[in-house]
Design a protein around this ligand. Structure first.
Ligand code: ADP
Length: 229
């Protein structure tokens, strides 16, 4: 059955890292609205031009714009088996739009909520570097010895994301608490939300997520077997 995994969590929680690992392991498409928007800005497309001021200020891009991007992206062939949503939905309106698509296509959905205190996020984001080519992130906190200023994969020079400046981080966290965090309740009510402790090494977070997926798979299999009786 086609599956959607939504990674929910504040900026800096490690959504991108986990989404990438999951996408490689499960062979699901990785749909990151932040990456799509940053690429559009870099390429100077109309979307990029419309989104730029919002990203620079740490504000949310209007729902209509991101909804359209995601709906179009989910129709692409690589989403056929399943997809990981990273950075979407971020508002109730986006969640409603998404669920029309998911319900209509009968897509099994699981939400992984990465939980982590603000102080940890602020320290992490301030020391985060990104590859402008493949969007992979690197942290001085995690790989102080290894980090030589180049991407492991592309050997391109790493940069700081403009919206990782301290003032913008504060704004992004504020918006997360005001607009996105309440989606936790939205998904808890649907019984598809699983919280994960994000204040640990990426490999440990991934291990915890894999455990949740295995457990869910077993539960689903027994529910289907029950139905078939
Ligand atoms: P982070 O989760 O670290 O903030 P993202 O790469 O997911 O980083 O998002 C970066 C920026 O892109 C956001 O601050 C916002 O301006 C824009 N953006 C990404 N996803 C959405 C979305 N679903 N709705 C509105 N704006 C978005």
């Amino acid at each position: 059955m086609k599956t959607a995994i939504i990674i929910l969590g504040p900026p800096g929680a490690g959504k991108g890292t986990q989404a990438r690992l999951l996408s490689e392991t499960l062979n699901f498409a990785h749909v990151s609205t932040g990456d799509i928007l940053r690429t559009a800005i870099k390429n100077g497309t109309e979307l990029g031009w419309r989104a730029k001021t919002f990203l620079e200020a740490g504000l949310l891009v209007p729902d209509e714009l991101v909804d359209a991007i995601v709906c179009e992206r989910l129709r692409q062939k690589d989403c056929g088996k399943g997809f990981i949503l990273d950075g979407y939905p971020r508002t109730f309106a986006q969640a409603d739009t998404l669920h029309e698509v998911l319900d209509q296509d009968d897509i099994l959905t699981l939400v992984i909520g990465i939980r982590i205190p603000d102080e940890v996020l602020i320290a992490r984001l301030g020391s985060r570097w990104i590859c402008p080519n493949c969007n992979r992130t690197f942290s001085k906190l995690l790989s102080s010895g290894k980090l030589k200023g180049l991407c492991d994969k592309c050997s391109v020079e790493l940069i700081h994301r403009a919206d990782d400046a301290v003032e913008v981080i504060t704004e992004r966290l504020k918006i997360y608490h005001e607009q996105t965090e309440s989606l936790v309740r939205y998904y808890q009510e649907r019984g598809i939300y699983v919280p994960i402790n994000g204040d640990q090494l990426p490999a440990k977070i991934f291990y915890a997520i894999r455990g949740v997926l295995e457990e869910r798979k077993e539960r689903m299999a027994s529910a289907l077997a029950e139905k078939a009786k």
